[in-house]
Design a protein around this ligand. Structure first.
Ligand code: ADP
Ligand code: MG
Length: 614
C-alpha cells in the first residue's frame, strides 16, 4: 500500500490531495486541502505553503507527513509567470482653467456666482459686487456666522466656502440663507479675487448647473474653448450634492501628460511564407477590440513590448524587470507571450482639484502573461525533499493533469476540453480519444475581474472588490425585509441590526457585508457582470479556439470548468450560455464527484502515478 500526495501550485492557491494505492493497484482518495500560495508561483517561496497544506491534509488522516511515500508536484513551467495587470489611461485634463469640488454635507440650496474673498479681508470688500466668502479652519463656526451676518449689512455676500465640515452649523446661525459648500480641504489654493460659482442641490436632488458644461459656461461666462476644457470637471461633478467651480487664468493649472502608448507584438512565424516574422503595432487609444484583433492577426507570439516613455511601455518593461528579479534571468530571456486588453473606465484626477476629485475616463486594462526560460520546479522539488525527507517528483504538465482530474467529473466523455479559470490566467486543454493533449494559457482571469470592479466602482480596497465579485447583492429596505438583486423579496423573522437599514449589502453565506461606498445596487451589478463577461467570455473563446481540432469550437463536445473562478455564482452560467450557441455541453466540474471545480490538477497528479507505475 502506498500513500501518494498530489500538489498543484497555482498563482493564488496551492491544492493538495492524498491518494492511497493498494497492492492490487486500486486508487482511493483520502483527503484534500487548499491553501493560499506563498510567494510567486514557481519560486522557492512556495515551499512554506506546500508544507502547511500537506500537514493539514495528513492531519485529517491522523498521520505525519513522513508517512507519505511520494509527493508529486505539477510542472508549472514554461509559464511560471504571474500575470500583471494595470489600467492604462491618458491623462486628458490638460491646462484646465477650472477647479471643481464635491463635498457631501453642504447647507442651504441654490447657486451663486461671485468674486472670491477671504473672510479676514471682508472689511476691504466693495459695495455692489457679489462676493463668495472663503473661511479657513482656523475660524470657528460661531465667528464665521457672526462676521458674515455683520458683513451682509454692507456687502453683497452670495455664498460661502468652508474648509471645515461645518456648513450646517454656520447656516443655522445666518440671518439670510445662502448656499454653503464645506470640506474644501485645499482652501489655500482658492484664488482670492477670482470668479467662482457654487451650487448646492435641494435635499434628495443632485446639482444641475455645475455638472453641465453649459451650466458652468452660463455662470462663469465662458467661450466655446473654455467650455470644452471644463467638460471633465462637469463630468466629475455629476451626481454630487454640491460643488464649487472657480475660474482661474489659463495656465494656472498644468497637467503632465504621459501618453498611453503603442504596443508592439512580434509574431513567431511569418504571416506569409516568403516574409520574415513581422512585428505588428497597435496604439492603446484604439481600444481593447482593436488591440485583441491585432494580437490575433500576429499568430503565435514571440514577445510583446511597449513604446518607451509611455504608460504601456512602463508597464510591460516593469513586468519583465520584476520577473527577472524573481527568476534571476536577464530580462532578454523573459518574454510576454500573451496579453488581454479590456475596455474600462478609470478615475483620473482632476487637475486643480480642491479635494482630490476624479472623473471617470475611458481606459484600457491590460493583463500580461510572462514566460521565462528556466523551469524552476525542480528546485522546489529538491527543497521539499530536503525539508520533509519524502521523495518528490515533478510529474507532468499542469494542463494534462487537469484534464485527467476533470475526467472524474460524472457525465464527461472524450474528447474533453477543460477551462481552468484561475486567478491570473485562463487555461484551456483538450484531451482526445488517443490521450493527446493540446493546451494553452491566456492572460487574465479572476484577479483582473476584481481589478476592473475596483477601478470602475472607485473602491478603496481590493478586498471589497473581491467580495463584490463573489457574493450577490441586496438592498435592505426595512428592518424586516430586503430586495434581492434578482428582484425577489426576502423577509426576516426578527428585526435586523439597524445599521444595515437603507444600505446595499453583500450576501455572504452566513453574514451580510454592508457596502460603505455610495453606490446603487444596479450600478454594482452592471459593473460586476460586465467585468466577468469581458474577461472570462473573451478568454474562454480565445483559449478554446486555439486547442479545438482545426480551431473549430463545434468539434468540442463537452467543456468542464475548473479552478477557483469556476466557483463563481454567475461565470459558469455566462459561459454555458455562450457555448450553447455551439451546442457544447459546458458546466462547472465536480472532481471525484465531491470536490466541485477544485483539486483537478492535484487529483490528476495522483492518478497519473498509476499510469507511470505500470
Ligand atoms: P490559481 O490556480 O491561479 O492559483 P485558483 O484556481 O485558485 O487560481 O483561482 C483563484 C481565483 O478564484 C481568484 O481570482 C479568486 O478570486 C477566485 N475565486 C475563489 N473563490 C471564488 C468564488 N467563490 N467565487 C468567485 N471567484 C472565486
Ligand atoms: Mg490553477
Amino acid at each position: 500500500m502506498k500513500l501518494i500526495a498530489g500538489v498543484d501550485i497555482g498563482n493564488s492557491t496551492t491544492e493538495v490531495c492524498i491518494g492511497q494505492v493498494n497492492d492490487a493497484g486500486n486508487l482511493g482518495f483520502l483527503s484534500s486541502v487548499s491553501r493560499f500560495t506563498t510567494g510567486t508561483k514557481g519560486t522557492l517561496d512556495n515551499v512554506a505553503g506546500i508544507r502547511v497544506a500537506l500537514e493539514e491534509a495528513m492531519e485529517k488522516l491522523h498521520m505525519p507527513i513522513s508517512k507519505l511515500d511520494l509527493i508529486r508536484i505539477n510542472e508549472a513551467a514554461p509559464v511560471i509567470g504571474d500575470t500583471a495587470m494595470e489600467t492604462i489611461t491618458e491623462t486628458i485634463i490638460t491646462d484646465s482653467s477650472m477647479i471643481g469640488h464635491n463635498p457631501s454635507t453642504p447647507a442651504g440650496a441654490g447657486q451663486a456666482v461671485g468674486k472670491l474673498i477671504e473672510l479676514e479681508h471682508l472689511s476691504q470688500a466693495k459695495t455692489g459686487v457679489p462676493y463668495i466668502v472663503a473661511a479657513k479652519k482656523s475660524w470657528n463656526y460661531e465667528e464665521i456666522a457672526k462676521s458674515i451676518n455683520e458683513g451682509m449689512k454692507t456687502f453683497d455676500i452670495v455664498g460661502i466656502i468652508l474648509q471645515a465640515d461645518e456648513a450646517v452649523l454656520v447656516e443655522n446661525r445666518l440671518e439670510k440663507k445662502i448656499p454653503i459648500v464645506d470640506e474644501v480641504r485645499n482652501i489655500d489654493y482658492v484664488p482670492e479675487g477670482k470668479r467662482a460659482a457654487i451650487e448646492v442641490a435641494l435635499p434628495g436632488e443632485n446639482i444641475r448647473m455645475l455638472s453641465n458644461p453649459y451650466g458652468i459656461a452660463t455662470l462663469l461666462e465662458l467661450d466655446a474653448a473654455d467650455t470644452k476644457a471644463v467638460t471633465p470637471i462637469a463630468k466629475s461633478l455629476i451626481g454630487k450634492r454640491s460643488a464649487v467651480v472657480i475660474r482661474t487664468p489659463h495656465g494656472n493649472v498644468r497637467e503632465n501628460v504621459l501618453p498611453a502608448g503603442t504596443i508592439f507584438i512580434s509574431g513567431k512565424e511569418p504571416l506569409h511564407r516568403d516574409l520574415p516574422a513581422e512585428t505588428v503595432e497597435v496604439n492603446i487609444d484604439a481600444g481593447a477590440e482593436a488591440i485583441m484583433k491585432k494580437l490575433e492577426s500576429a499568430g503565435e507570439i514571440e514577445d510583446i513590448s511597449g513604446q518607451p516613455s509611455t504608460n504601456v511601455g512602463h508597464m510591460l518593461s516593469g513586468i519583465k524587470r520584476d520577473m527577472g528579479n524573481i527568476s534571476s534571468e536577464s530580462s532578454e530571456d523573459i518574454r510576454i507571450t500573451d496579453i488581454l486588453a479590456v475596455d474600462t473606465l478609470a478615475p483620473v484626477p482632476v487637475s486643480g482639484a480642491l479635494a482630490g476629485e476624479t472623473c471617470l475616463e475611458k481606459a484600457v486594462s491590460i493583463a500580461a502573461m510572462v514566460k521565462t526560460k528556466q523551469l524552476p520546479m525542480e528546485k522546489i522539488a529538491y527543497e521539499l525533499n530536503r525539508q520533509l525527507s519524502v521523495p518528490v517528483k515533478v510529474a507532468g504538465v499542469e494542463a494534462v493533469m487537469a484534464t485527467l482530474g476533470a475526467l472524474t467529473t460524472p457525465g464527461t466523455t472524450l474528447p474533453l476540453a477543460i477551462l481552468d479559470l484561475g486567478g491570473g490566467s485562463t487555461d484551456a486543454a483538450l484531451i482526445d480519444e488517443r490521450g493527446q493533449v493540446a493546451a494553452t494559457h491566456k492572460a487574465g482571469a479572476g484577479e483582473l475581474v476584481s481589478m476592473l470592479i475596483q477601478t470602475e466602482l472607485g473602491l478603496h480596497s481590493r478586498t471589497t472588490a473581491e467580495e463584490i465579485k463573489k457574493y450577490p447583492l441586496a438592498r435592505v429596505e426595512s428592518l424586516f425585509h430586503m430586495r434581492l438583486e434578482s428582484g425577489a423579496m426576502h423577509f426576516f423573522q426578527d428585526a435586523i441590526d439597524p445599521r444595515y437599514f437603507g444600505s446595499v449589502v453583500l450576501l455572504e453565506p452566513h453574514d451580510m457585508i454592508k457596502i460603505e461606498e455610495d453606490l446603487s445596487m444596479e450600478k454594482i451589478v452592471q459593473v460586476r457582470r460586465e467585468a466577468k463577461k469581458k474577461v472570462f467570455v473573451t478568454n474562454a473563446l480565445r483559449a478554446l479556439r486555439e486547442v479545438a481540432p482545426e480551431n473549430d469550437l463545434r468539434k468540442i463536445p463537452n467543456i468542464v470548468l475548473v479552478g477557483g473562478s469556476a466557483w463563481d455564482f454567475e461565470i459558469p452560467e455566462m459561459l454555458m450560455e455562450e457555448f450553447s450557441n455551439y451546442r457544447i455541453v459546458c458546466g462547472r466540474g465536480n472532481i471525484r464527484r465531491t470536490e466541485g471545480p477544485r483539486n483537478a490538477v492535484a487529483t490528476g497528479l495522483v492518478m497519473s502515478y498509476l499510469g507511470e507505475k505500470n
